[in-house]
Design a protein around this ligand. Structure first.
Ligand code: NAD
Ligand code: TDX
Length: 367
């Protein structure tokens, strides 16, 4: 041939393309473990280190099947020395670790201040020092709550107005991130997502608590009249939203993640009972949560239009059915936490008479 030296193939690359080192905090919890499973399935270049303190809410069993593909470090996000070392080895930090349950925050706020505020501060100082890309996972609860008939939904410009020790410490952690971006040029993004459901959620949370109660032959427990509305999203849709923001989001910006899944609690309980072949009215009303937020609702237009994200789970009932099937098939996963969780609830929650006024309609629809 006429090929010249300049046209010849370049010398073979020594070694392979550098993979992406990802530090996932809280990766033994509900959303973090699902993030790890999803990322390993979809991102062959991802090298994952999980940092998790294995509190009551975290279990290595949530990483079954992938523990040999990741590095697992048991430790506290408020341990500055450990965090400095792990962040120094990472290209990206995705921060899920938190105290996450409102009822626990009412019983004892201190771990929420420690993990959600001091822990986030510790991570921010490390990403600042090592100039590492950081994504901060937060909640729609930072915006407070809405009236049932309010046509508005939460958006990126809604003022912060948190209600509980949980949501106020999450709000505080978001504000730390914003300040570290503006003051120190930290390369961070924030997401605020609505209520998640799916596999590996702790049985203290609403949906898994009721599913596992029904499996155990115990009546589901509804707080108050159950007219409170949550905007349910499947955990995998949350995590694809997180990836869209990491891949295409603007540094310093906030994106809301939601899948238009508003349903009130009494409807969810009836759906669970029906899907499990029980009388839809076979549930108890129990003591209401103090300061109980009435309604959350997310407008995720920005994420959809600017970053091209779409949820995959559009039908709540089929996502719920898949979740019920998961809990039926994975009793080994949840059984160890069930009795202790119910004992904690029994100490503060009593069965009350179903409220007559303001009780849900037979169809239970909220809007
Ligand atoms: P989770 O309680 O199931 O998991 C939290 C994980 O963090 C656990 O594995 C726990 O061991 C770990 N952890 C707690 N304190 C730690 C510490 N000090 N150091 C290291 N690890 C620690 O919570 P989740 O529901 O998976 O929530 C994950 C994140 O998503 C939280 O930041 C939460 O605020 C946010 N979020 C949750 C929802 C939801 O519906 N669950 C919705 C929106 C946002
Ligand atoms: O047994 C119950 N009965 C009941 O009626 C429980 C545990 C809850 N509820 C109600 C309270 C809420 O209105 O169900 C709704 C959902 O309760 P949780 O599962 O505790 O979730 P919520 O308080 O809405 O917060 C959740 O979504 C936002 C997560 O726990 C947070 O981490 C996330 O930020």
């Amino acid at each position: 041939s006429l090929s010249t030296a300049s046209e010849a193939a370049p010398p073979a690359r020594v070694g392979r393309l550098r993979s992406m080192q990802i530090l996932v905090t809280g990766g033994a919890g509900f959303i973090g473990s699902n993030f790890v499973h999803l990322t390993l399935a979809q991102r062959p270049d991802a090298q994952i280190t999980v940092l998790d303190a294995l509190t009551y809410a975290g279990t290595k069993a949530s990483l079954d099947g992938v523990l040999d593909k990741i590095t697992f470090v048991e430790g506290d996000i408020a341990d500055a020395e450990l965090v400095d070392r792990l962040v120094g080895e990472a290209d990206l930090v995705v921060h899920f670790a938190a105290e996450s349950h409102n009822d626990n925050s009412l019983a004892n706020p201190w771990p929420f201040v420690q993990t959600n505020l001091i822990g986030t501060y510790t991570l921010l100082e490390a990403v600042r020092k090592h100039n590492v890309r950081y994504h901060h996972v937060s909640t729609d609860e930072v915006y407070g709550d809405l009236e049932l008939d309010d046509p508005e939904r939460f958006s990126e410009s809604t003022p912060y107005n948190p209600s509980s020790p949980y949501s106020s410490t999450k709000a505080g952690s978001d504000l730390l991130v914003r300040a570290w971006v503006r003051s120190f040029g930290v390369q961070a993004t924030i997401s605020n997502c609505s209520n998640n459901y799916g596999p590996r959620q702790h049985v203290e949370k609403f949906i898994p608590r009721q599913i596992t109660n029904v499996i155990d032959g115990v009546r589901p427990k509804l707080y108050g009249a159950g007219l409170n509305v949550r905007d349910w999203i499947h955990v995998d849709d949350h995590n694809t939203g997180v990836w869209a923001i990491i891949d295409r989001g603007q540094i310093g910006e906030t994106y809301l993640i939601g899948a238009d899944g508003e349903v009130n609690n009494v409807t969810v309980i009836r759906d669970i009972l029906e899907a499990m072949g029980k009388d839809p009215n076979a549930f108890d009303h129990v003591t209401d949560r103090a300061g109980h937020d009435l309604r959350y609702a997310i407008d995720s237009t920005r994420l959809r239009t600017e970053l091209g994200w779409q949820p995959q789970y559009r039908d709540f009932r089929s996502g719920l059915q898949a979740t019920i099937d998961w809990y039926k098939a994975n009793e080994d996963w949840w059984r160890p936490m069930k009795a202790e969780t119910e004992a904690k609830y029994a100490a503060t929650q009593k069965v009350v008479q179903a409220p007559v006024e303001g009780d849900a309609d037979a169809d239970g629809e909220s809007h």
